[in-house]
Design a binder for this molecule. Structure first.
Ligand SMILES: *Cc1c(COP(=O)(O)O)cnc(C)c1O
Length: 480
């Protein structure tokens, strides 16, 4: 399998060649040159597979430069019940991403696909845990080392740290805004004692952290001399790992491949739902892919109107589903490339317009009128909707969900179609956003047993100023 850039002006590469990098040299994102097609017979033959072996069937189509036995071993090591046992319920834990039917509404079965049973209780573990094992494998093969520099306001950073802890050849330097994360989230990150993980608590806000990462990444000399890398959401390995649970969700919800299902996906950077788009392009019988946004509704606006209008950081609202607070959706370019008939030049032009004019408008273009064939729909949810949905799901079904998943359920309910099961992707567990849960329900969020004492564990964190040189100095003195 070869990978091309969405801007059409970079050499094609193999999976292992793009795994450790970020953007393509022309500024685009990597996509495979074709989507492998899965027949209905093949799909039905996968019903009896474990999650790890299902992942092998899907990923072997994309990672054909990893020997079969190595890939299967990496997947079996990654997707185990021991790693994905942290969730709310232990039943069906062997499914790794169990499906919990809530009930029937308007003649449609509605269920939660639980993606949050991994070590940090959010769906990012699904891909990140695999990335940790893939990075270790690729670095060993190439005889290289990697220093991962990142900025986080919560979910990404902790998922990356739990994926990379103890991995040979990898160190993680993670910037977080001091005192700005929830007590649970800081405890999750700062309680890690692994010598290859460094938490840097920056005196500033998340944007300061991100600016420092950008400044270091733009210092090409520093970056090359110190093997600096990232694990951000545009990494192809992350996207493709997420394709697997759309197959798993489909197989758990159906009895035969003649049936269809729809998925609603709480969306921010378009990474999760992009994986759903790829699954659909491979032939998985998905009726609709519904993007649910919060008040930061860049994506909902696009799918409704054909106008893509990136927001400025100052226009990005801080909401009670904070992991979807984005101003532009970094993975969206992958879908636009397909929408434009995989025309790199056209895609490059549109994203040049995003940089220069803040967005683009295809509302009058034929491609927008034909967009229905990709199955996308969308909706948005506000703080009030979120609280109301949290309460309703708790009262009606006795299930406590998190704020992002609540946005998903709210929007899913607006798109139910009789006879087509609706699966809402559960992207985190409520304990991660306990402050809002308590406000909505008037009682504390459920806490999985393994996390009961997390806030009293000793913490390992370095305080640092919002200063690029201080961060660079820290990295050079703690390098791999
Ligand atoms: C990251 C995240 C999202 C958004 O996912 P994208 O891939 O950025 O669209 C939604 N919910 C939670 C809990 C997250 O951590």
């Amino acid at each position: 399998m070869r990978y091309q850039s969405t801007r059409g002006n970079s050499p094609q590469q193999s999976f292992l060649e793009i795994l450790l990098g970020g953007l393509a040299p022309d500024g685009g994102l990597y996509l495979p040159t074709e989507y492998p097609q899965i027949s209905k017979e093949q799909l039905d033959s996968w019903r009896s597979l474990s999650y790890a072996d299902l992942a092998y069937e899907v990923l072997s189509l994309y990672c054909d430069d990893i020997p079969e036995n190595d890939l299967r071993a990496l997947l079996r090591k990654t997707y185990t019940e021991q790693v994905y046992c942290n969730g709310r319920t232990q039943d069906n834990a062997k499914d790794i991403t169990p499906l919990h039917w809530l009930g029937e509404e308007q003649g449609t079965r509605i269920g939660l696909l639980s993606l949050s049973n991994g070590p940090t209780l959010a769906f990012k573990d699904m891909a990140m845990q695999l990335l940790g094992n893939l990075f270790e494998y690729a670095l060993k093969k190439k005889g290289q080392k990697l220093n991962i520099l990142g900025a986080t306001s919560g979910d990404t950073g902790s998922a990356a740290e739990y994926a990379m802890r103890g991995k040979e050849g990898v160190k993680v330097f993670m910037l977080s805004p001091r005192g700005k994360m929830s007590a649970f989230q800081s405890a999750q990150m700062y309680s890690l004692q692994d010598p290859n993980i460094f938490n840097l608590a920056v005196a500033g806000v998340f944007d300061d952290c991100q600016d420092i990462v950008k400044a270091v990444s733009n210092d090409h000399g520093f970056k090359a001399n110190h093997q600096i890398g990232t694990v951000n959401s545009i990494n192809w390995g992350r996207v493709v790992a997420q394709v697997v649970y759309y197959f798993q969700g489909y197989l758990l919800a159906t009895k035969s491949s003649s049936e269809k299902v729809s998925f609603t996906v709480p969306s921010g950077n378009f990474g999760n739902i992009c994986a759903g788009h790829i699954a659909r392009m491979m032939g998985l019988p998905i009726e609709h892919l519904i993007a649910a946004t919060n008040e930061n509704d860049v994506l909902d606006e696009f799918f409704r109107t054909g106008v893509y209008r990136a927001r400025k950081s100052a226009e990005t609202l801080h909401t009670s589903s904070p992991s979807m607070d984005i101003s532009k959706a970094s993975n969206f370019e992958r879908f636009v490339f397909d929408l434009m008939g995989q025309d790199g030049k056209a895609t490059a032009g549109m994203f040049k317009q995003v940089d220069e004019a803040g967005g683009f408008d295809i509302s009058k273009d034929a491609v927008f009128k034909e967009m229905a064939k990709y199955g996308f729909q969308s909706g948005r949810s506000t703080h009030e909707n979120r609280l109301e949905t949290l309460r309703d799901i708790d009262q009606r079904y006795g299930v406590m969900i998190d704020t992002h998943t609540a946005d998903g359920v709210k929007v899913a309910r607006e798109h139910l179609q009789a006879g087509i099961p609706m699966l809402v992707l559960e992207t985190a567990l409520p304990i991660k956003f306990e402050e809002t849960i308590e406000i909505a329900l008037g009682r504390p969020a459920e806490c999985p047993v393994a996390f009961k004492d997390i806030k009293s564990l000793p913490q390992r964190v370095e305080n640092i100023d919002a200063d690029v040189n201080q961060v660079k100095n820290f990295i050079t003195t703690h390098l791999n």
